[in-house]
Write a protein that binds this ligand. Structure first.
Ligand SMILES: Cc1cc2nc3c(=O)[nH]c(=O)nc-3n(C[C@H](O)[C@H](O)[C@H](O)COP(=O)(O)OP(=O)(O)OC[C@H]3O[C@@H](n4cnc5c(N)ncnc54)[C@H](O)[C@@H]3O)c2cc1C
Length: 452
């Protein structure tokens, strides 16, 4: 038996696991294929790269992802700590400066003398089967696990279904946005109050501390944009279109094709805004969220897409305020690799057929940055328990971290990747109608169960 634990993949789950294991005084060998090889969505040589939106979602305890973050804070998550330290303004959400975030995680891991980073791809010359013969291995290679390893995973799990597809949103520079049209404002805080005069309202807007840039659209502008969007050319990716698409990360053009008003009830909903130029609610509204600490680049919220790059430029520039937008990153469609954890794993993310192997991160079917970090935490504690021959560490299903682990390891024929949400936690003993109050009680119940 090796005197170290092997982790494959230095993304969000892998780096959290490495930190937690080293914290217990155990050595870690961390395989990361970058910078020798990059997935289609990774481009930064650092570990813990954030590939799409820079948002870790809400910080409120009445939001399941907010509660999950708080649980992780209490469990001393390195990545949530660094996310807090590198946060950028985003209202009630936790959004990070992706460069600073990855840089700081990398420094932390590189400077830990118990962690050895090996920049090699597993699945080519190095086999996961060989690694797991000699000791404990954690596979945390994410949604874009390289092909040779994906093949090996298929062999060790005996499963043929490993993939489906989802998409990422484009990013534009702030200086290229037309602020004669665009305005800063957070939903609901920006509306003109009934008892406010127009002058009072405008003064309040000038002094507000808002995180989002908003682009209001009239009916005519929306219709023009909509018609171009549904007819725009998409990237032809062999049999991509036939594959399953995850509802939570649906390309904007596919959502649009569901009906002319679908976007106006989704990412382009104008609710909670009055256009400062007209003092009226716009017909539709596009939001941009700050993407770096300095506030120089912004992502277009909900605009994950599979349009050809030229088409993205042409169609998204029809949005008022983006006529001259400079795109520093275009949206992409990407593969999402995950195993059928519901039959393969137990609730410590341990492979039932080979107890030396754990899976962590998006590959287990948890969906999202924070969810991936949370599985990295659970796996690390259990890899340590296995290494030390002590009892497994499980979390109450009344916590989000425990509920997610339970969800992905429970039989389910309709299994699809799962975000943190209150629907996977057990109901309270008492019936509470008010949703906010109910979630607050669920959050209180959870945090009581998290032992520090
Ligand atoms: C394009 C795209 C957009 C996304 N958008 C969002 C979003 O907006 N919000 C959100 O919450 N989640 C999003 N996700 C999901 C997101 O990837 C995950 O939530 C999170 O990054 C998963 O963490 P992870 O640790 O499992 O994998 P990753 O963070 O991807 O880390 C995996 C690491 O393994 C390495 N690796 C892969 N194969 C091998 C190999 N064979 N040998 C060695 N190293 C290997 C990779 O280089 C990478 O560094 C998106 C994913 C993609 C691909």
């Amino acid at each position: 038996m090796n005197d170290y634990i092997t982790i494959i993949g230095g993304g969000l789950a892998g780096t959290e696991a490495a930190y937690q294991i080293a914290k217990k005084g155990i050595k870690v060998k961390l395989y990361e294929m970058k910078p020798k090889k990059y997935s289609p969505a990774h481009s930064n040589k650092n570990l813990a790269e954030i590939v799409c939106s820079n948002s870790f979602k809400s910080n409120l305890l009445t939001n399941a992802c907010g509660l999950l973050k708080e649980e992780l804070r209490r469990l001393d998550s390195l990545l949530i700590k660094i996310a807090d330290e590198t946060s950028v303004p985003a209202g009630q959400a936790l959004a990070v400066d992706r460069e600073k975030f990855a840089e700081r995680v990398t420094n932390y891991i590189e400077n830990n003398e118990l962690i050895e980073i090996i920049n090699e791809e597993v699945g080519e010359d190095i086999s996961i089967k060989d690694i797991a013969k000699e000791g404990i291995a954690i596979i945390a290679t994410g949604p874009l696990t390289s092909e040779p390893l994906a093949k090996e995973i298929q062999e060790i799990t005996g499963q043929d279904k490993l993939y489906f597809y989802d998409a990422a949103a484009p990013i534009v520079t702030k200086e290229s946005i037309d602020f004669n049209i665009a305005f800063f404002g957070n939903r609901y805080e920006q509306e003109k109050k009934k008892d406010e005069t127009e002058a009072e309202w405008k003064k309040r807007l000038e002094n507000q501390d808002a995180s989002y840039i908003n682009l209001p659209m009239s009916k005519e502008e929306y219709e023009k944009f909509y018609n171009e969007l549904i007819n725009a050319e998409i990237v032809t990716l062999h049999d991509f279109e036939k594959k399953e698409i995850f509802e939570g990360c649906m390309p904007i053009e596919i959502m649009a094709k569901r009906g002319e008003d679908t976007l106006r009830f989704g990412p382009l909903k104008p609710v909670g805004f009055d256009d400062p130029r007209t003092a009226k609610r716009p017909y539709a509204l596009v939001q941009l969220r700050q993407d770096d600490k300095e506030g120089t680049i912004y992502n277009i919220v909900g605009f994950q897409t599979n349009l050809k790059f030229g088409e993205q430029k042409r169609v998204f520039r029809l949005i008022p305020g983006l006529e001259n937008a400079e795109f520093i990153k275009y949206g992409v469609m990407h593969r999402n690799t995950y195993i059928n954890s519901t039959v393969l794993l137990d609730e410590t993310y341990n492979l039932k057929e080979n107890r030396n192997i754990f899976f962590a991160g998006q590959i287990t079917g948890v969906e999202g940055y924070v969810e991936s970090i949370s599985s990295g935490m659970v796996v690390a504690l259990n890899a340590v328990a296995k290494y030390e021959n002590t009892e497994k560490v499980t979390f109450s299903k009344e916590t989000v971290i425990g509920a997610l682990a339970k969800y992905v390891s429970t039989k389910n024929k309709e299994f699809q990747p799962m975000n943190a949400n209150f629907g996977i936690l057990p109901e309270l003993n008492e019936k509470i109608k008010d949703k906010k109050l109910r979630y607050q009680k669920m959050a209180d119940r959870s945090l009581e169960k998290i032992k520090v």
